[in-house]
Structures are given as structure tokens and as C-alpha cells.
Write a protein that binds this ligand. Structure first.
Ligand code: SAH
Length: 253
């Protein structure tokens, strides 16, 4: 990095509460003159914002947001573009780096990782993603629905624990039900499922159910919700889901 040159931080700010933000994310934000992000995420970090200039942009305006952040960072000031959870998981890192690449932007860029919704929700549910798990978004805004169906089917058939991001949003209410039907073709109805809404935010709530009963909670599931579907070895212990790592195959305990 050249002294006096600006830098673009693409920062994952975690699931909600500032305690779940990394120190590196806090430092990146503190060192920035400009903070670019949508209103929900800016609200999440308001307690650590001092006199930075805030540039709010709306959901769905990611390309404009990335361009603006790159432009600002081509001067002498640091800029943080913020994403919820981890910026590299359905976040701003991909599009910001794609635009930097396409435009040959002469900007130093650092991606700062964050606690993603899957690990935040898993911690609330116990230890459901201890071993191999698949992460699938049900949003077909940017991914063809056929690809999503194929991935759901393969992950379910391969006995991956499955975490579902973006289960619903305005105008996309049927994807969730269709997805669960696909998973059920390959997996017993008795496997435990955790639904977590607003992890580490006000109004946090969690529901434990089974794959067979999951659609009874269709109305509870919304765009602030993540779902973790256990595999054939996942089990309930009190109010926790445990997916054994495999120690029982090797040790007595
Ligand atoms: N970059 C984010 C994901 C963005 S996609 C991350 O790494 O977590 C948005 C989806 O993530 C939501 O529809 C929801 O499924 C999930 N999500 C994000 N934050 C969440 C939270 N605090 N609680 C529950 N689900 C969350």
C-alpha cells in the first residue's frame, strides 16, 4: 500500500449485534472517511460510527454502490463498503471485485471477513454444522431456479447438512416450499431442523422442528430467517441440535 493512498475495505459486519463484529472490521470502519452501505446495515453499526460520511444506498443497487465506493477510494481517503454477515457470502465482495477487475481500478482493496448467518444461527442452535455442510440461497434473482433445484437435490442426496439463505423475500414466497419438497425426496422427515430469525438482532427467535413438519412454519419463515436442515446423523439434545463430527467412530466417551 502506498502511503497517502486510499484503500477500499469490503467489510463483513456480522449478523447484527456489534459484539459479533470482528476487531478488524471495527478498525477498518474507524479508519474510513466514507462508509457505504444500505440502511439496515448502517443502522447495525451506528454505535461505532463517529464522524465518517455515510453514503446510504438501497437494496438492489449493489452495482452503483460498488462503483461509488471504488471511485471514492481512488482518492486519498479510506472507504468501507459494508455487508451483513460475511462480505464474501452473498455479499458485496464479489460484485465490488468484479467491477474493480473490469474497470482496471487502481485501488488497494481488502476484504474483511465477518461472522456469517450460518455460523451465527448454528451457535444459537447448538452445533448443527459440525461437519460437511452445504450453503444454498433460495433467491433466484441472480441464479437460475433450475440450478438451485439441482444443487438442493445433490446436497440432499449427498447427506450434507443444508443451510438455506434467502428463503423468502417479497414476491418469492413459493421457492421455500418447493425447496423443502425437493429435500424431502432424499431425506427422512425425522431429521432435526432449526429455523433462526434475526440472529443477534432485536427480536431474535429460533424454532426447532423436523423436516417433516418444517412447512408448518411456512408463515414464520421470512427474509430475515436462515434454516439449518440436519443430515442423517444430526440429533436433538434438549434444545440443541448436534451433528456428530465422528468421534464416536473412533473413541469411547
Ligand atoms: N452476507 C450475509 C448473507 C446475505 S444474504 C451473511 O454472510 O450472513 C441475506 C440472507 O442471509 C437472509 O435472507 C437470511 O437468510 C440470512 N441472514 C443474514 N443475517 C441474518 C440474521 N442475523 N439472522 C438470520 N438470517 C440472516
Amino acid at each position: 500500500m502506498t502511503p497517502g493512498r486510499g484503500k477500499l475495505y469490503i467489510v463483513g459486519i456480522g449478523p447484527g449485534h456489534p459484539d459479533q463484529m470482528t476487531v478488524a472490521a471495527q478498525k477498518a470502519i474507524a479508519s474510513s472517511r466514507y462508509i457505504v452501505g444500505n440502511a439496515t446495515y448502517l443502522d447495525q453499526i451506528k454505535s461505532i460510527i463517529a464522524d465518517q460520511t455515510i453514503i446510504t444506498s438501497s437494496m438492489g443497487k449493489e452495482i452503483a454502490r460498488a462503483r461509488e465506493a471504488l471511485e471514492l477510494a481512488s482518492g486519498n481517503d479510506n472507504v468501507s463498503i459494508i455487508s451483513g454477515g460475511d462480505a464474501g457470502i452473498y455479499g458485496m465482495a464479489g460484485i465490488a471485485l468484479e467491477i474493480a477487475d473490469k474497470t482496471d481500478a487502481d485501488v488497494d482493496i481488502e476484504v474483511v471477513p465477518g461472522v456469517t448467518a450460518a455460523s451465527a444461527a448454528a451457535s444459537i442452535l447448538g452445533s448443527p454444522i459440525t461437519g460437511d455442510f452445504a450453503v444454498i440461497s433460495l433467491s433466484d434473482l441472480l441464479t437460475p431456479w433450475e440450478d438451485i433445484e439441482r444443487r438442493l437435490s445433490s446436497a440432499a442426496a449427498s447427506d450434507f447438512v443444508i443451510t438455506l439463505y434467502n428463503p423468502k423475500s417479497r414476491g418469492r414466497n413459493t421457492n421455500f416450499g418447493r425447496s423443502i419438497e425437493i429435500i424431502k425426496r432424499h431425506r427422512k422427515g425425522s431429521v432435526p431442523v432449526g429455523i433462526v430469525k434475526d440472529a443477534f438482532r432485536g427480536g431474535e427467535s429460533a424454532v426447532l422442528t423436523t423436516l417433516g413438519d418444517l412447512l408448518d412454519f411456512d408463515d414464520f419463515v421470512d427474509m430475515h430467517t436462515i434454516i439449518i436442515i440436519g443430515n442423517s446423523e444430526s440429533k436433538l439434545s434438549g434444545s440443541m441440535i448436534i451433528t456428530p463430527r465422528g468421534y464416536h467412530r473412533k473413541y469411547e466417551y
